[in-house]
Design a protein around this ligand. Structure first.
Ligand SMILES: [Zn+2]
Length: 61
């Protein structure tokens, strides 16, 4: 499940494979860092997992 997000540094769209980083069975906020594959700057990725398993993702610096 790749989803695309805009890099906050270089503005390029980059894929984020959430399944390898996010525990979908743990509701709440999960934060991890992923380097942009285009400019190699670190993204701070915040994933909110709702109790029903839906996720919302925020990518920032
Ligand atoms: Zn970038």
């Amino acid at each position: 499940m790749d989803q695309f997000y805009q890099c906050p540094y270089c503005g390029e769209q980059d894929a984020l494979d959430l399944e390898s980083d996010v525990d979908m069975d743990s509701p709440g906020d999960q934060v991890f860092v992923r380097d942009c594959s285009v400019c190699c700057q670190p993204w701070t990725v915040t994933v909110h997992v709702a109790p029903d398993g839906t996720t919302s993702v925020n990518v920032g610096r």
